[in-house]
Design a protein around this ligand. Structure first.
Ligand SMILES: NC(=O)c1ccc[n+]([C@@H]2O[C@H](COP(=O)([O-])OP(=O)(O)OC[C@H]3O[C@@H](n4cnc5c(N)ncnc54)[C@H](O)[C@@H]3O)[C@@H](O)[C@H]2O)c1
Length: 470
């Protein structure tokens, strides 16, 4: 029997633990033998889950990478601004790497990484997980089969749920571009990667517009305290009232209610309408306990420095001082809350991307018009669907459909499928485009060009942009 790939995890946060879950489910494919993570609880939990010995537990990437190479790969899941250094060092040590997106938070650093990959001849996979979902794979193969004819336009919307936007881009880790990266890179390098992949051509021109319009101090309601829980005058009507998101988990209940999952709808409504009964039943049934004392995304972000008490009282106490308890109109955010990007490709086709943070439900919607047919897609948190419209006979055909995924798999199953593909690339001759660092760089170049176009209010000539920057 073949030995599993041995791995070092750097950064045992939300993403690191997700990839850890893959190893636990597929021990014959992947085995984490070391972890570097400054938070003691996360480090110890990961080490315990993966049976990692104490000499292989490290506080920081610097320590683990200063050792001689002792595993096959390094999985890097640190915050955006902390990608460049461990990646360069791991490449120098001779590791193949799975790196979370974005590659780095500046174009200069992305290019440094690509050059180092090419110099060392190592494999670098970047976690553009959407490419690996069944939904986006179906689109790609439909285009490739010629069913749409020549693709003329791709219109893509990234509808970020209002709760997700407030969590990540107003109160959280990606709210301030000086501390992380431009929103169009942090959130949309996936989407730009899809545009580039589907259109099969390099971008020729990019223009963009967008702004921070809503989450500003000027929009703070009169008398609103700095923390929601301190007695906000509009707490009953504010979508962003922190206890509504982190204690009542109202957005999650609404997603389940919008799906076709009858049983799950029934139990989430226990949470909403019969809390006492749910509290009682949760003593006996673990699924109900998970729902009653929610600890998964986005609540897990409240608990970086807190004891693991997931009761309502503990959450209320945390929200009094935690950044995620802040009024969304009085945070230190400066990233845009909506942006449009227009792209003309070298083959003459066009695409436009609209991203915004005000959707009731999270997800992507898209329309691809080819000269022989049209694809309309919904890749939403509550379900997925792709419809092909055939203008020759006026028929509509649903070519892909999936219900709400309650397995806990992230990104429509893409996370685990990405790992399958990465491991295949490590162990066989087959190479997928996302372990080609130059191919991955394209979406990042597009994001930086779109950011420049928006800030300068100019159309970016991509040939000149490349000449100047790469
Ligand atoms: N592929 C995707 O769709 C996707 C989705 C979300 C996030 N991300 C990316 O994944 C990365 C991690 O995001 P996250 O949500 O897991 O964040 P997180 O904050 O939950 O995890 C990051 C972890 O890195 C640890 N860390 C900090 N300094 C370190 C050091 N010196 N050595 C080792 N570990 C260190 C932190 O303590 C933390 O536990 C980010 O780059 C993010 O943009 C990708």
């Amino acid at each position: 029997m073949k030995k599993p790939i041995s791995a070092i995890l750097i950064g045992a946060g939300f993403r690191g633990v997700t990839y850890g879950g893959y190893a636990l489910e597929n021990p014959e494919k992947l085995n984490f033998i070391a972890v570097a993570e400054p938070f003691q609880r996360r480090r110890e939990q990961f080490a315990m889950d993966h049976n990692i010995s104490s000499e292989n537990m490290y506080i920081s990437w610097k320590e683990v990478l200063s050792r001689e190479k002792f595993a096959d790969i390094v999985v890097i899941c640190t915050p955006d601004q902390m990608h460049i250094e461990p990646t360069l060092m791991a490449l120098e040590k001779g590791y193949d790497i799975l790196l979370e997106k974005p590659m780095a938070h500046t174009l200069e650093d992305c290019i440094k990484i690509v050059r180092k990959v090419e110099e060392t001849g190592r494999i670098l996979g970047v976690c553009h997980v959407l490419r690996y979902t069944d939904f986006f794979q179906t689109i790609f193969h439909t285009i490739k089969s010629g069913r749409l004819g020549e693709v003329i336009n791709f219109s893509h919307r990234e509808n970020i749920g209002y709760y997700h936007f407030a969590h990540s881009y107003v109160r959280g880790n990606w709210a301030n571009r000086d501390k992380s990266s431009p929103m169009i890179l942090a959130k949309c390098c996936h989407d730009l990667d899809l545009l580039y992949w589907f259109m099969g051509s390099l971008p020729k021109e990019i223009s963009s517009t967008g702004d921070l319009m809503h989450f500003t101090k000027d929009n703070a309601p009169e008398g609103a305290p700095k923390y929601c829980i301190e007695g906000c005058p509009i707490e009953d009507t504010c979508l962003y009232y922190a206890p509504r998101i982190y204690i009542d988990i109202e957005p999650i209940i609404q997603i389940v209610n919008k799906s076709n999952r009858g049983f799950y709808k029934f139990i989430v409504n226990l949470r909403k309408n019969h809390l006492k009964l749910l509290t009682f039943l949760s003593k006996f049934i673990s699924l109900l306990k998970r729902l009653r004392y929610w600890r998964d995304w986005p609540v897990n972000y409240l608990y970086e420095n807190e004891p693991e008490d997931y009761s309502d009282e503990a959450k209320r106490r945390i929200l009094k001082t935690n950044p995620y308890g802040r009024c969304v109109y009085q945070a230190d955010n400066n990233v845009v809350d909506h942006q449009l990007v227009n792209i003309k490709f070298e083959n003459g086709s066009t695409a436009n991307l609209c991203v915004h943070g005000f959707s009731p439900y999270e997800g992507r919607t898209l329309r691809i018009d080819g000269q022989k047919g049209t694809l309309i897609g919904e890749f939403m948190a509550y379900g997925e669907k792709l419809t092909f419209l055939d203008p020759l006979n006026g028929k509509e055909e649903i070519i892909y459909e999936k219900e709400l995924d309650v397995s806990g798999a992230q990104h429509g199953g893409g996370d685990y499928q990405l790992l399958d593909a990465f491991i295949e690339d490590l162990t066989t001759e087959s190479k997928n485009p996302l372990t080609n660092a130059r191919e991955v760089l394209e979406s990042h170049i597009m994001a930086f060009a779109a950011d420049k176009a928006r800030v300068s209010n100019k159309v970016i000539d991509m040939e000149r942009f490349r000449e100047k920057n790469i």
